[in-house]
Structures are given as structure tokens and as C-alpha cells.
Design a protein around this ligand. Structure first.
Ligand SMILES: *Cc1c(COP(=O)(O)O)cnc(C)c1O
Length: 397
């Protein structure tokens, strides 16, 4: 009798009681719009921004409607225009090239390395093609951030960091999102804090911050922000910055504030689960784990491994066999985008680009979510199932 897993890969934990209480409070007073405050009141959205800025050590923070909105706002705030080219990762998810398309710009894809980070050689080779890099820390893997910043600084490239999978992560102790000019985070249910939808944007650049706040739809009420530059900075940008509404409301902010206070605890719980899975998959012929560099503080909210240079049929067989036993794996090598696993060549609004080295790696990437509703026992069981099925197919091939 083979063992099966019966848990759900999409079930997150319930919100903490303090968050539920905070939400009830906002609903009881009814002032859900972030600028709807009474005399002397500090709104939940403004407080969230102040607290998150302090948490990551940023001067300014803006809460918005989604992570994707934060990315597009960042591009607008640094001045990306219609028709401009923007460098970005070939291995990422659809909201990233989507944010580039949202401003009418064109993505130029940079290769993924076997460590699942942006290929710095390819980045250096393409550095003359654009003046902005939308860097996606896809699936929480951080590249050598010092080398990346060196390449970009030398080439005059502004870096925007997509930290949808790295909220709580760091490179040599520097919080993810703090090396580039702007860091963008998602507070969507499947990320590291959960408000259903939501995003955060941080920066130390006063004009970028002022523009982002105006863009998000501040109705000239920017003085009600607590993590914003002074009014004189807004004076400089207010007539030329359009309102493209995408604010966060006080209800979402209220449920995020207590979650952010617990982030480090949650990160530790994710990593226990990740390490259980990783240990269970070690030293398996045919399967390559992604080794985490010492400089990286990661958040193991998902795990990836490579079935490098396997035939498409064999990878598909592993995915199907694991699915039969209740283990939901996603494959980035599939010809058609399925669920969230689209690839750079599925985004046909972008000019077709040829990235043979990325094609080889994408064809081998297997990805799995690790929700905190999994116990450590669940993780050990999942690893045993993957191990058995990968060996089975590998030996047969
Ligand atoms: C989720 C995600 C985003 C932002 O997503 P929203 O759903 O708009 O909050 C950005 N980049 C990546 C890689 C993501 O997975």
C-alpha cells in the first residue's frame, strides 16, 4: 500500500484573532476609505505604511491595491514611458511582464541561471538595452545582490525589485527590496501576509515616493500620510502626475498590521517545513536541489527542484504520478500556461525572444507551494512521495 497525501496546497491559515478584531473595529466605525479619518485620527493604511517602512528600514512606504499595481506604479514613478524597453527575468510570473505592458513598455527578458536567479552574465550583456530593470526575486531566490547592483550602477540602470516572494527575506542582512531604488511587495492570499489583495511599495527617493502617492490616487490629501516626504516635494510633482487610482483601504491595512508583526515567526515556520522537504529530497539521482547561498535569508514558502535534461514525457509522468498521490507539483516546462505557471514565450504581447539557455532550465523546473497549514509530518510524507515517484520514473528511463 503506498501512502497518499490528502491536504490542500491552496489552504492558508486563518487570520489571527487580533487581525479579525481590528477588521471588526474598522467595520464598526465605517471609515474604510484611507483618507476618511476624524480629527486627530491616524488611519490604518497610514499606520501600516509607517510600520512597514520601519520594519524594512525605508524612508517612505505606500500601501496599494495589489502587488501588480505596485510594480506598474514603480515603473511610472521612475519615468518609464510608452515604448521604452525594460529588462526583466525570463523566469517569473505573469504580473511582472504585465506591469511592463501596463505602462506601454516592452519587456527584454534576461536568462535564468541553474540557481533559479537572474543570470548576471546575460544581464551584463543586455545592460545597454534599457535603463530600468524590473528584478523579480522569483520563488524567493536572491541573486548576488552586490554584483547585480554593481552591474546596474555601472550601466546607469534603475532597479525595481519585485519582492512578491521575498517579503521577510534578506541578502547579507539587508531586507529584500532595499537594494534597488524601489521595492514592491504583494499582500495577496498566496504570499507572506494575507489581505486577499494588496501591495506595498518602499523607497528612499522622495520624488519617487511623492509621485507614487499621487499616482495611487491621493486627491491632494497626501498630508495624511505618515511615511511620505514633505509637502514641498509634492508641490514639485503634483501638476504633472496623473491619478491612477489603486489605493489600499483601512480594512485591509487593519488586518495586515498584526500579520506583519508576526512575519519573522511565520518565516521560521516556513523554513522548518522547507528544510524538512529539502532533507527528504537530498541525494536523489536525477533530481537537482537549488542550494541556498549563505548570504541569503530566505522564506521557504515554496520549494523548487530541477529535473534537468529529462524528457518532457518523463517530467510529465512524475507530475502525474505525484498528483495521483495527492501531491500538487507545478511544471514550468509545459507548452501551455496552466494556473500560474506561464513562461516568457506565453506572453505573446511581448516581442518574441529566443533564450535557449533559459528554455533548458525552465523545461526542468518543478515547483511546489508550502502553505503553513502543512505540518512537519506532512512535509516528510510529501518528500517521501516525490522521492519514490522521481526514482521510479528515473530508473525506468
Ligand atoms: C503574486 C506576484 C506578484 C504580484 O501579484 P498581485 O497578485 O498583483 O498582488 C508579482 N510578482 C510575482 C512573481 C508574483 O508571484
Amino acid at each position: 500500500m503506498s501512502e497518499n497525501f490528502t491536504g490542500s496546497f491552496t489552504q492558508q491559515e486563518a487570520l489571527p484573532e487580533v487581525a479579525i478584531e481590528a477588521a471588526m473595529n474598522v467595520m464598526r466605525h465605517g471609515r474604510l476609505h484611507r483618507y476618511n479619518v476624524v480629527e486627530g485620527e491616524l488611519g490604518e493604511a497610514a499606520l501600516l505604511e509607517q510600520e512597514f517602512a520601519a520594519q524594512v528600514g525605508a524612508k517612505y512606504c505606500l500601501a496599494v491595491a495589489s502587488g501588480g499595481y505596485a510594480l506598474a506604479t514603480a515603473l511610472r514613478a521612475v519615468g518609464v514611458q510608452y515604448g521604452d524597453k525594460v529588462l526583466t527575468n525570463a523566469f517569473t510570473l505573469a504580473p511582472v511582464p504585465g506591469s511592463i505592458a501596463a505602462v506601454g513598455a516592452e519587456p527584454v527578458f534576461v536568462d535564468v541561471s541553474e540557481d533559479l536567479v537572474i543570470d548576471l552574465e546575460d544581464l551584463a550583456a543586455k545592460a545597454d538595452q534599457a535603463s530600468v530593470l524590473m528584478l523579480s526575486h522569483m520563488r524567493g531566490h536572491l541573486c548576488d545582490m552586490e554584483r547585480l547592483m554593481q552591474i546596474c550602477d555601472d550601466a546607469g540602470i534603475t532597479v525595481i525589485e519585485d519582492c512578491a516572494h521575498t517579503m521577510g527575506a534578506a541578502w547579507k542582512g539587508v531586507p529584500s527590496g532595499r537594494q534597488g531604488a524601489i521595492g514592491c511587495y504583494s499582500c495577496q492570499t498566496y504570499k507572506h501576509v494575507n489581505s486577499g489583495e494588496g501591495g506595498l511599495l518602499v523607497t528612499d527617493d522622495e520624488e519617487v515616493a511623492a509621485r507614487a502617492i499621487m499616482l495611487s490616487g491621493s486627491y491632494m490629501l497626501y498630508e495624511r500620510h505618515l511615511a511620505a516626504p514633505g509637502p514641498e516635494v509634492f508641490e514639485r510633482v503634483k501638476y504633472e502626475t496623473p491619478n491612477i487610482s489603486g489605493r489600499m483601504d483601512n480594512l485591509r491595512a487593519a488586518i495586515l498590521r498584526p500579520q506583519l508583526r508576526e512575519l519573522d515567526t511565520q518565516v521560521a515556520r516556513w523554513n522548518e517545513r522547507y528544510q524538512k522537504l529539502e532533507a527528504g529530497l537530498r541525494d536523489l539521482p536525477g533530481l537537482t536541489l537549488v542550494e541556498r547561498p549563505e548570504e541569503e535569508t530566505y522564506v521557504g514558502s515554496s520549494i523548487q527542484f530541477l529535473l534537468l535534461d529529462w524528457s518532457a514525457e518523463a517530467v510529465a509522468e512524475v507530475i502525474a504520478r505525484c498528483a495521483k498521490r495527492g501531491v500538487e507539483l507545478k511544471w514550468f516546462g509545459g507548452a501551455e500556461p496552466k494556473g500560474f505557471t506561464s513562461r516568457y514565450d506565453s506572453w505573446r504581447y511581448a516581442e518574441a525572444q529566443s533564450l535557449p539557455s533559459s528554455d533548458r532550465i525552465l523545461a526542468g523546473i518543478v515547483d511546489m507551494r508550502v502553505p503553513l497549514t502543512f505540518s512537519l509530518e506532512d512535509c516528510a510524507l510529501i518528500a517521501r512521495i516525490i522521492r519514490a515517484e522521481v526514482s521510479g520514473v528515473f530508473q525506468a528511463g
